[in-house]
Design a protein around this ligand. Structure first.
Ligand code: AMP
Length: 274
């Protein structure tokens, strides 16, 4: 596996490699969710690039950025085991050198639900993914359904800016009790870890309610989440799975997504109702 820290170095290695090229962007602290993306990329491409870059542009506060878990050596070991060809691990100054002054901002899709609580987050995501797609010229790029709004935004950006990659969304990998695996789960205390299953339980409830009325589903989920004293609901959204516009009645595939604080950790999860 080649490890590239610079953009020039990455471009030179890619030039020597074979196509198709699959890209898996990550912020490191790799877990089985990331590994599912890497394996899919490995099975479909001649060259696999995995990036590990904790993107400061997508964090709202320096505290949150500083708290984000880091485990580069362990991550590189995992990438080697998974037969990744190139690990791209740029320092911040390589991605955002002095004078960097361009932001890729989407319209509606980056202003609604999750963005109302994480100001500028998706501008940071779309900017870094745009850079990664253009500098690797990836044929395919792999993302997790766990970050559903991110997936919609990247698809839209890829198509609006003619970046030419095929965007592949992979199902959410979960712990045996249903909690969506996330790098942030390490921040949960044992009691919080138990409480965190409430997200998945409330999504299961939504699926089993058998009603098409969005307000009824939201109310049911909210009532369930309120039974968990360590959980604080931030939002529940029921939207069109493709446009992310809120719906009142579930007619087309609908995305139910929610964000819940468990202690000091903010967790998100979602499901798509066909
Ligand atoms: P992150 O390192 O958190 O930025 O995530 C990198 C990629 O892995 C994103 O496309 C995430 O959606 C995806 N991902 C994170 N957690 C999971 C999971 N539990 N299942 C599937 N994909 C995931």
């Amino acid at each position: 596996m080649k490890i590239c820290k610079s953009i020039d170095g990455l471009r030179a290695v890619i030039k020597e490699g074979k196509v198709p090229l699959g890209l898996v962007p990550t912020m490191g602290s790799l877990h089985s969710g990331h590994i599912s993306l890497i394996r899919k990329a490995r099975s479909e491409n001649k060259t696999v690039v995995a990036s590990i870059f904790i993107n400061p542009l997508q964090f709202e506060s320096t505290d949150d950025l500083n708290l984000y878990p880091r485990s580069l050596e362990n991550d590189l070991g995992i990438l080697r085991e998974e037969c990744v060809d190139i690990a791209f691990t740029p320092p911040i100054t390589e991605m955002y050198p002095r004078g960097f002054d361009t932001i890729v901002r989407l319209g509606l899709a980056s202003r609604i639900f999750e963005s109302q609580f994480r100001n500028g987050h998706f501008d940071g995501v779309s900017t870094v993914v745009c850079k990664l797609l253009s500098l690797t010229r990836a044929d395919r790029a792999y993302f997790g359904q766990k970050d559903a709004q991110q997936g919609v935004i990247i698809n839209k950006m890829n198509s609006d800016l003619n970046l030419g990659a095929e965007i592949i969304m992979m199902p959410t990998v979960r712990e045996t009790d249903g909690l969506a695996i996330s790098s942030r789960n390490v921040h949960l205390s044992p009691a919080e870890r138990k409480a965190a299953t409430i997200l998945h339980k409330s999504l299961n409830l939504a699926e089993s309610m058998g009603t098409k009325d969005a307000q009824t589903i939201k109310k049911g989920m909210q009532t369930m989440i309120e039974t968990e004293p360590l959980a604080r609901l931030e939002y529940i959204s029921i939207s069109d799975a493709f446009t992310l516009e809120e719906v009142e009645q579930l007619e087309k595939p609908a995305l139910i997504s929610l964000a819940v604080w468990v202690g000091k950790t903010r967790l998100i999860d979602n499901t798509t109702l066909k």
